[in-house]
Design a protein around this ligand. Structure first.
Ligand SMILES: [Zn+2]
Length: 269
C-alpha cells in the first residue's frame, strides 16, 4: 500500500514545456471505483501571469506547489467544471473562474461523503474535514470566447457542455487545447439525454483544427498530449453506444450503466 504523507509525494509535477506544467493526481488512489487512474491539472505560465486549470480533489495542499512554480507572478485559477475531482483545492485560492452555468455549484460546501467507504487508506485525511470540501471564496464567471491574457500566452474559453452543463475547454495561442472532461481516454462519464449536446461540443473542438492542424490535446484525465483522433474516435464511439446498449453492466456505486467499446469505457447516467 502507498503511504502519502505530503503534497510532494501526492502530486506528480511534470515540466512538459517551458511554460506548461502537468500536475497529476491519482484518482484511483482516492477511490478505484471511478475506474480512472489520473486527474491532470495544468499550469500555464505567461510573462506576467499564470493560469491553473483545476484544483484536484483537495486531499493535499496544492497552493504551495503552484507558488513554487510561478514565483511572484499573478495567478488565475479556473475550473473546467464543478465536479469534485476538479474543484477540491478551490478554497486555497483567492478567486476561482468557472463557466457561469456552474458558478453556484462551487459557492457552497461540497459533500463528498460518498468517498467514506473507499478502500484507500489516504481517504481518511478527509475525516477531520467530515468529508466536506470548503467552497471557493470569490467566484468570477466566464463565458464562451472569453480570452485570458497571461503575457505572450493567451487562452480562449470554449463552452463545451455535455459532461456537465458548464464544461469548458481552453485553447492557447500556442495550440494547446485543454479539453477538461469533454474528451479523454479511459472512462467517460455521460448522461444519455445529453448525447446530442456532447457530440456538438466535440464537433466544435474538431472544427478548431480548420484553423490549425497542429493542435495538441490535454485532457483532464488519463493520457495527455493526444491527437485529434481522440475527438474523432470519441464522437464515433458515443454515436455507437445505442448499438451496443445490450452489453451494459449495472454499477451500484456509480449508479450508472457501464459500457465498453474497443477504445473507451463509458459510465452512462
Ligand atoms: Zn473529472
Amino acid at each position: 500500500m502507498n503511504n502519502y504523507l505530503n503534497s510532494e509525494q501526492w502530486f506528480e509535477t511534470i515540466k512538459h514545456k517551458d511554460y506548461l506544467y502537468v500536475i497529476r493526481e491519482r484518482l484511483d488512489e482516492i477511490d478505484p471505483r471511478f475506474y480512472t487512474t489520473y486527474t491532470n491539472l495544468y499550469l500555464v505560465i505567461g510573462t506576467h501571469s499564470a493560469l491553473l486549470i483545476d484544483t484536484g480533489c483537495g486531499l493535499f495542499p496544492l497552493k504551495p506547489i503552484i507558488k513554487d512554480l510561478i514565483g511572484g507572478k499573478e495567478l488565475f485559477v479556473i475550473n473546467t467544471h464543478s465536479h469534485f475531482d476538479h474543484i477540491g483545492g478551490n478554497y486555497e485560492f483567492d478567486k476561482i473562474l468557472i463557466h457561469k452555468k456552474e458558478r453556484r455549484l462551487i459557492s457552497k460546501p461540497r459533500d463528498i461523503s460518498f468517498l467514506r467507504d473507499s478502500s484507500k487508506e489516504v481517504i481518511k485525511r478527509f475525516e477531520s474535514k467530515n468529508y466536506i470540501l470548503p467552497p471557493a471564496k470569490i467566484i468570477q464567471p466566464v463565458i464562451d470566447n472569453e480570452i485570458i491574457d497571461l503575457g505572450k500566452i493567451s487562452i480562449k474559453v470554449f463552452h463545451t457542455p455535455g459532461h456537465s452543463p458548464g464544461c469548458i475547454s481552453l485553447l492557447t495561442n500556442k495550440n494547446e487545447l485543454f479539453t477538461g472532461d469533454t474528451a479523454h481516454y479511459g472512462m467517460m462519464y455521460l448522461t444519455k439525454k445529453t448525447f446530442p449536446i456532447i457530440l456538438s461540443s466535440i464537433s466544435k473542438l474538431i472544427d478548431l483544427y480548420k484553423k490549425s492542424e497542429n493542435i495538441e490535446l490535454y485532457p483532464s484525465h488519463e493520457e495527455f498530449t493526444v491527437g485529434k483522433e481522440l475527438l474523432v474516435d470519441l464522437s464515433k464511439g458515443i454515436k455507437n453506444i445505442d448499438n451496443i446498449w445490450d452489453t451494459k453492466i449495472r454499477d451500484d456505486f456509480l449508479e450508472a450503466w457501464i459500457i465498453e467499446d474497443e477504445i473507451f469505457k463509458y459510465a452512462i447516467f
